[in-house]
Design a binder for this molecule. Structure first.
Ligand code: PDD
Length: 287
């Protein structure tokens, strides 16, 4: 079955789906995006993802390309046409097509919107969670507004490649004082010796992950305390457990940081319990 993408009002074969060469997303990374997890035919935390999209669009003064309800229909339709029941749905909105010039174009320029869906094998994801992943740390060289979910992801791409080259699956951005900010496409967490969850406060220095937000609710249900504060690479390396969260990784145990094992070097029980409880708590919208 061939894949189908949504591009500016049309459902087109994936191989033929294209945007204009003067799309501001292509030329300036002048756009925002969202990724929603899809599990067993449900879109996970769609309301929170659309709320963050609203915020990202607002921060960049890009108009919604269509109403929120129409957008939900498009997400579902792309999933349906691609028969994706486990995987992700990706949506990108840019400021649209305009003659290349740095300032925003006039109001006649309509935002562009692209939606794609892809499968993630749930069994492979479970196997990863059973073994845990390795992360490396990299200096944070991203721009200062990473709280906006923009498509300007070049530093993230380079960091992830560096992780791959080092035999790791994720890279954690670290600021000049050794504080862990977040991963290239995940939020970073540790579990302290006394069983508390720690993740960095969500100001403008990290992306406020939807999975991160929902995990606060999961922790509450499991009676686990969460602290939002700075933690260093050293604290993470000597923590009881570490893990990452995102719409594509859910809760993924980390077993090594810069080649130093975390805990006993195996996925920890707290991360596993959070992973198991996640879908009981997260919002589930039929895809
Ligand atoms: N990335 N931090 C960054 C830099 C991210 O790109 C992401 C998600 C997260 C976690 O956010 P959420 O829980 O809302 O997925 C944190 C998506 C999955 C991606 O780019 O593929």
């Amino acid at each position: 079955m061939s894949r189908i993408a949504y591009v500016n009002g049309r459902y087109v074969p994936h191989a033929e789906a294209a945007v204009h060469i003067e799309d501001r997303g292509y030329q300036f990374a002048d756009g925002v995006y969202e990724v929603c997890e899809v599990t067993r035919g449900y879109i996970i935390d769609m309301s929170r993802h659309l709320d963050r999209l609203d915020r990202s669009l607002g921060e960049l003064a890009i108009a919604w390309p269509m109403s929120r309800n129409a957008l939900k229909l498009v997400l579902r339709e792309v999933l349906r046409r691609n028969r994706v029941r486990d995987g992700m749905v990706y949506l990108q909105v840019t400021r649209g097509v305009a003659k290349r010039d740095h300032p925003f174009p006039g109001p006649a320029t309509r935002p562009s919107m692209v939606v794609t869906a892809s499968r993630i094998d749930p069994a492979a994801s479970r196997r990863n969670a059973d073994t845990g992943i390795r992360v490396i740390t990299v200096p944070d060289n991203r721009w200062e507004r990473v709280d906006i979910k923009t498509v300007g992801l070049l530093p993230n791409v380079l960091a992830r490649q560096q992780a791959k080259d080092a035999g790791a699956q994720e890279a954690w951005f670290v600021d000049a004082s050794g504080v862990v900010l977040e991963g290239s496409a995940t939020n970073a967490w540790i579990v302290t010796k006394d069983g508390k969850l720690v993740t960095r406060q969500a100001d403008t220095g990290i992306l406020r992950g939807i999975t991160r937000t929902t995990l606060f609710d999961v922790a509450k249900k499991l009676n686990v305390t969460v602290e939002e504060r700075d933690f260093t690479v050293e604290e993470a390396q000597s923590a009881r457990e570490a893990f990452v969260t995102s719409a594509t990784k859910t809760v993924m145990p980390v077993v090594a940081i810069d080649d130093r094992p975390v805990g006993n070097g195996h996925p920890g029980s707290v991360a596993q319990a959070l992973r198991e409880a996640f879908f009981d708590v997260a919002e589930k919208t039929s895809a």
